[in-house]
Structures are given as C-alpha cells and as structure tokens.
Design a binder for this molecule. Structure first.
Ligand SMILES: [Zn+2]
Length: 154
C-alpha cells in the first residue's frame, strides 16, 4: 500500500514522506538487531519505521529498571505517533539479554523463552493501554543453532 501525502502527491523519495508505518523498539545488543531489522523488512514487509534502540528493548515497558527508562520509551512512542503517524508499535526482546541478567539466570532455554514471552505480553498490555489506536506486534528474537530466529507472538 502506498502513502498519499496531503494534496495527493506521491512522495518521490523517503525524504518527501512524513509518515511511517511503525516504531520498532529493540535492545542495543549487536548480536540480534541486524537480523531483526531484516526480519521486519523482508518477512513483515515493514520498510519505513522509526527506531528506538535501548538496552532491554520491551523491558522498558514491561519491567523498567528505572522510571526514566519507561518515560523515555513512552515519550519516543508519543513523538513517533505525533510526527510520523505510526500505525504499529513493534516490541521486541531477545534471548541472553544482559538487561535481564543473560541466559545463565535461567535453568534452560525453554524457561528463558517462556519468561520473555510473559515479558512481551506485559509490555504489549502496557503499550496497548497507552496507545490504544496502535497495533502492537511482539517479537521474541531467539537463536536456532548459530542463526537468529524471530518469533512473532500471537
Ligand atoms: Zn539485550
């Protein structure tokens, strides 16, 4: 679907656009975000998105270490919505996230995955309450062997 600008002119380049589809929130961890971007663009088909990269990703909505981290996340979502009229907010967590103490904090991968699913659920609920008109997409970035594996939660 293309975006109509006011007045009906089609944007020539990305610089002519003033809207984007989503805000993507992810952790700073270099091991995961490139594969996540690739997944969002090629699998979800979302090419234009604002980006908030903050240690812990969705943790900053679900279970913020400090109140200012929640406020920063919320403020950036407000600005993204106001300036770029986003329709979706994409919340992500990843396996072995240092902001949660890493994989060693869990008995096994299964326990860690279930924990992050619950965290994303909680973050999604918070985002849904704060931004009721936005579609919330939750993604757990995990590992399969030596590859990154992105799982969209229902
Ligand atoms: Zn992390």
């Amino acid at each position: 679907m293309t975006t109509q600008q006011q007045g009906g002119e089609m944007p020539r380049t990305v610089f002519d656009k003033h809207e984007c589809e989503a805000l993507l929130i992810h952790c700073i961890d270099f091991r995961f975000w490139k594969a996540l971007h690739n997944f969002v663009e090629t699998t979800l088909g979302i090419h234009d998105y604002d980006l908030l990269s903050l240690a812990g990703g969705a943790k900053n909505f679900a279970n913020p270490t400090e109140p200012f981290l929640f406020e920063t996340t919320e403020l950036n979502a407000v600005i993204s919505k106001r300036l770029h009229h986003i329709k979706k907010i994409i919340l992500t967590n990843h396996i072995d996230c240092g902001a949660y103490g890493g994989s060693s904090k869990f008995k096994n991968r299964e326990e860690e995955v279930e924990f992050h699913k619950a965290e994303l659920e909680r973050a999604g609920k918070v985002a849904g309450e704060k931004f009721p008109h936005l579609e919330v997409i939750k993604i757990l970035v995990s590992r399969r062997e030596d590859d990154v594996d992105c799982l969209v939660l229902k």
